[in-house]
Design a binder for this molecule. Sequence first.
Ligand SMILES: *Cc1c(COP(=O)(O)O)cnc(C)c1O
Length: 460
Amino acid sequence: MSPTGQEPCQTRLLRHGAELLHRADPALATLLDAEVRHQAGTLAMVASASAADPSVLAAGGAALSNVTAEGYPGARYHPGAVHFDGVERLAVERAKAAFLAQYANVQPHSCSSANFSVLSSLMPVGGVLLGLDLDAGGHLTHGSPASVTGRHFNAVHYGLCADGRIDYASVAELARAHRPAVIVAGASAYPRMIDFARFRAIADSVGAYLLADISHIAGLVVTGDHPSPIDIAHVTTTSTYKQLGGPRGGLILIGREHRTPGPDGRTTLARLMQQAVFPRSQGTPNPAAIAAKARALDLVTKPEFKETTRRIVENARVLAAAFTASGHRVLTGGTDNHMVLLDVWRRGLTGVVAERALEECGILANRNRIPGDTKPPLVAGGLRLGTNLLAQRGMGPAEMADCARLLDTVLGATTPVDDTSYRLVPEVRAEVRGEVARLCARFPLPFSESVTPETTGARQ
Ligand SMILES: *Cc1c(COP(=O)(O)O)cnc(C)c1O
């Protein structure tokens, strides 16, 4: 309450907006409500997901959203950005503090947008880009032919060794052969530590810039559970909604290379990145999303977040060991981060069948292509699991054993009919749904204290 005894006006506005939404648009409000209950009652193990703190969601819904102002704090192309300037400066300072960076750009609407901004400012159209192959765990924006990065740049891809780890020798060899302007180190489906220093040595040996894309592991980087690339790479990018628990969006960060010249030999990398986002690849920033980023970037520096990332890593290790013990093939034999990759094809299932059977039981994990996969991306032969949300729920090793057992039970009760259809034993579905509901009730999401979970299955 404010000194006048009134609720702060932003709080009143959010409350009024929520009430109005319910009254004026029940069709939409009903869907949004159902989603809250759905998240509360679902065991989400999607490696790229996490739950935003309610205060992050509230900041993202701020009236600040109404501010239209191109440019940067103190240098806007529109009037009226005085408070937005304050918010954006706060977000930048918090990003720098969380990642121990010298430069931060908080405007990218996504990490894809951030990657495109960085790549297009570090090399011309037709420049050579060396990144991890999509099928080996790379991201579309690392030069896939399906992405503008693969169309505008001349993309060359490195892959993995037989043990599933990045083939650094081949990175060096490809760098020598193709002389890339930019090397990208980062992945969307890779359960092991990334040796950024080794990438930097290779980049230096051919005069390339190194872009570290830590979209998936940004939380672990903040807390030191994964070595930081900030002072090793020339530029680092990340999503804000994955491990950071922020809103949809991206960040561009630079450490000790912030004054290093860009390709023209004059403009510093920091200045280049400012131009790279606006005006090169984006228009107006999203002020409320930047407020939400500021909020999330404060939370990740708290001791509670350190405890969450510790649990994320421990849980993933326990989960990987449990799957191995029950006869599953875990790629690379384990994990160093939040991610576990399973070869379900070896158990006679496609990734999409495994994903759908699990979803029927209230467990979310996504299909993923794995090295040597013969199935198309929409089918795939692997399953990607992550422990971000399980750790946010406060689950620990004992519950990981439960989760591994539930997954194993569902996969064991699934009989494939063809690549995309299957039969699931109904009794198993009912039983697992019940167990999932009980687990979710015992370990509520941070936001779900006041929420009655949606129990789709047997209630017990
Ligand atoms: C998710 C991801 C991205 C894209 O992030 P968006 O914010 O969804 O655009 C980029 N790079 C990597 C490695 C990712 O995993």
